[in-house]
Ligand binder design. Structure first.
Ligand SMILES: Nc1ncnc2c1ncn2[C@@H]1O[C@H](COP(=O)(O)OP(=O)(O)O)[C@@H](O)[C@H]1O
Ligand SMILES: [Mg+2]
Length: 459
């Protein structure tokens, strides 16, 4: 229906009609303003939050960067090599130490399989790493890594599991230390040690030869006894042979029994017959003694890589004393407080050498003594025995008590002393014979050396 505006009724109602929407419009405007204000306020809030988050984020970023720099600096400062891999063995990170020792670039390694870093012989072992890691075993082993030029770089490595922030297994971390330098140093040390051992052996041997030189007269005297005994016996037997010949010739010549009987008495055939057996036995004993002395001499003079064997300590003491004192330019009174024999397990040759050195030193110290006396005493100390060798020579000064065991310490004239006897004897006593050697001034004047040895074989 069309509205007629010229009609006054229609006009009033129109005014009414217009007034109502205006109010509404006003109300609507008010609501709209309010909404806008709210929106703007919300936006303000959101903006403020965003600024706040932005600041927080920047702070966190700075912290993260700092933490990353810190970790990076630690990783690059590590002298140990570091390889970080994912659970499939693909490299995620390596450090400078690894790159430097292999001559490789970190960027080229990231994402590659770690297997390519290891030598061929270690591939099987490396292949098992992820499995070991899953079962939680820490791997500690020696491997060879491959440098860029193909050279093998030996390393001692450790392989550990790596977990993420949710504590889930996420890979493995390998740390390692190059063994090359360590190995080189170790083998150089070993070579030096071997050389030192050889030099020591040579020193022991040459000192032995030097004492043997001084001992020659003593040993010759030792040999002289049985040899002169043998010689006298042989001389007697030769005389007997002549008489036997004469007697046999008479028998074969057909002489009368009475004459033969007379000749038998004259030539003392029966006495000779009785003598033959002791003469032969005595000669055999002499020959035995000679071969024993020679065996001892050989035992003493040849270098010995011996093992401990049963030996009679008292017999060795007697032998050493006799070898030294037989050749002495002075006569020495020897007092012995020793059992007739004492069986121990030890190195006879070494003990012989120690005793010869000690007795020789005692003799040297007593050359000017009016009544030189040497005392040898053995006593037990639990499972050990102690041999005391006491002289009444010029003795030891307090300041020299420890120095006497130093190599090349000697108070003797050049050519007489080498200064090696006691240092070698000390080494033999403590290292080879499981014992000890000590020196002290004897209360009665003179020096006392105490050789301690184990009673039983400790080997
Ligand atoms: N029984 C002793 N009495 C006094 N001094 C001794 C005795 N034994 C060793 N010494 C001293 O110890 C030094 C070192 O002895 P040693 O090592 O055997 O070398 P060397 O006999 O060649 O001098 C001797 O020079 C001496 O001064
Ligand atoms: Mg000496």
């Amino acid at each position: 229906m069309m509205m007629d505006s010229t009609n006054p009724d229609n006009a009033a109602s129109l005014t009414e009609q217009v007034t109502i929407p205006r109010k509404l419009q006003q109300q609507a405007d008010e609501v709209q303003d309010h909404a806008w204000i709210e929106v703007i306020q919300r936006m303000d809030e959101i903006y403020a939050d965003m600024v706040h988050y932005q600041v927080e984020l920047e702070k966190k970023n700075a912290q993260l960067e700092e933490a990353q720099n810190f970790i990076q600096s630690v990783v690059s400062a590590m002298s140990e090599v570091l390889i970080v891999c994912d659970i499939n063995g693909n490299i995620q990170q390596v450090n400078d130490a690894l790159c430097n020792s292999l001559g490789l670039q970190a960027e080229l390694l990231i994402g590659q399989s770690m297997n390519q870093l290891f030598g061929e012989n270690y591939q099987a072992m490396i292949a098992e790493f992820p499995e070991h890691i899953r079962s939680g075993t820490l791997i500690d082993c020696e491997v060879e890594l491959l440098a860029r030029d193909g050279q093998a770089v030996p390393m001692a490595i450790n392989c550990n599991a790596r977990f993420d922030f949710e504590n889930k297994l996420s890979g493995l971390v390998i740390t390692g230390r190059p063994l090359g330098e360590l190995r080189k140093a170790y083998s150089a040390l070993q070579v030096a040690h071997e050389e030192l051992k050889t030099a020591q052996q040579q020193l022991i041997q040459s000192e032995k030869m030097a004492s043997l030189g001084r001992l020659v007269a003593g040993v010759a005297h030792e040999l002289n006894n049985p040899i002169s005994f043998l010689y006298a016996n042989m001389f007697a037997l030769k005389g007997y042979q002549k008489k036997f010949q004469q007697y046999i010739d008479a028998i074969h010549g057909g002489a009368e029994p009475k004459k033969i009987q007379k000749l038998r008495e004259k030539l003392r055939i029966d006495k000779m017959m009785n003598d033959i057996s002791p003469l032969v036995e005595g000669s055999m004993e002499g020959a035995e003694r000679v071969s024993q002395i020679i065996a001892n001499l050989k035992k003493f003079s040849t270098p010995q890589l011996q093992k401990a064997e049963p030996m009679d300590l008292v017999a060795v003491i007697h032998r050493a004393v006799s070898w030294v004192l037989q050749a002495a330019p002075i006569s020495i009174e020897v007092h012995e407080d020793l059992p007739s024999s004492l069986k121990i397990d030890n190195h006879e040759g070494h003990i012989h050498q120690i005793l010869i050195n000690l007795v020789q030193n005692a003799l040297d110290a007593m050359l000017q003594t009016e009544h030189p006396e040497l005392t040898l005493k053995l006593d037990h100390q639990g499972q050990q025995i102690q041999l005391h060798i006491i002289d009444n020579g010029h003795g030891l000064e307090e300041k020299d008590l420890l120095k006497v065991f130093d190599p090349f310490f000697t108070t003797k004239a050049v050519g007489v002393g080498t200064g090696l006897g006691l240092s070698i004897s000390y080494g033999l006593a403590t290292e080879q014979c499981r014992g000890d050697l000590q020196a002290r001034q004897h209360p009665g004047g003179g020096a006392e050396f105490i050789l301690t040895l184990p009673l039983e074989d400790g080997a």
